[in-house]
Design a protein. Structure first.
Lengths: 107, 119
């Protein structure tokens, strides 16, 4: 199974900050990586797929990059609604796996 | 607008069974792969199972193989998860989700249904 390790697991930041979350895969997954945002009590929301393709309706302050084993999600200027938990997910091979999550909180 | 509505979650004893349903609307259900993803209380996301458009291809995470069965009824535009021999570690919110095209990326999710396995 492909393991995904996100760092950091917890991040404290302020509105307007630029933040980056990293996702490392235990083996190469080409660009078959997605990012989701989840708010408490809600279902996850797809932000980015295929490493860098912004899902329709997602603000352009979100961006993704990477390939192989290392990927990043960047939020260029944090807005109040961005404080949530973020997950990466690989679709290179079954079983589909998620990272453990990064909780982004307001400083 | 794509809508997915799960139902069937409940409190069940270890070793028991439960069938979850996911009613879909407003998209070409017949043309979509579908999946179940779960989330234990306070924990991360775990993919459970996926099924292709006609139900002929199914994939499962190892921990549920032989116990859970994913199925669909395209005439009723519904997805199902039959869960047998339930264990405490199956306690979670179960989400159904639609795949983006034929790739295992999940672009629409239901609101989830809670399954609690406890005596």
């Amino acid at each position: 199974d492909i393991q995904l390790t996100q760092s950091p697991s917890f991040l404290s930041a302020s509105v307007g900050d630029r933040v980056t979350i990293t996702c490392r895969a235990s083996q190469g997954i080409s660009r078959y990586l997605a990012w989701y945002q989840q708010k408490p009590g809600k279902a996850p929301n797809l932000l980015i797929h295929t490493a860098s393709t912004l899902q329709s309706g997602v603000p352009s302050r979100f961006s993704g990059s990477g390939s192989g084993t290392e990927f990043t999600l960047t939020v260029s200027s944090l807005q109040p609604e961005d404080f949530a938990t973020y997950y990466c997910q690989q679709r290179n091979s079954y079983p589909i796996t998620f990272g453990q999550g990064t909780r982004l909180e307001i400083k | 607008e794509v809508q997915l509505v799960e139902s069937g979650g409940d409190l069940v004893q270890p070793g028991g069974s439960l069938r979850l349903s996911c009613a879909a609307s407003e998209f070409t259900f017949r043309g979509s792969w579908m999946t179940w993803v779960r989330q234990a209380p306070g924990k991360g996301l775990e993919w459970v199972a996926s099924i292709n458009q006609d139900g002929g291809v199914r994939h499962y995470v190892d921990s549920v193989k032989g116990r859970f069965t994913i199925s669909r009824d395209n005439a009723k535009i519904s997805l199902y998860l039959q869960m047998n021999d339930l264990r405490a570690e199956d306690t979670a919110v179960y989400y159904c989700a639609k795949l983006l095209g034929d790739v295992s990326t999940f672009d629409y999710w239901g609101q989830g249904t809670l399954v609690t396995v406890s005596s």
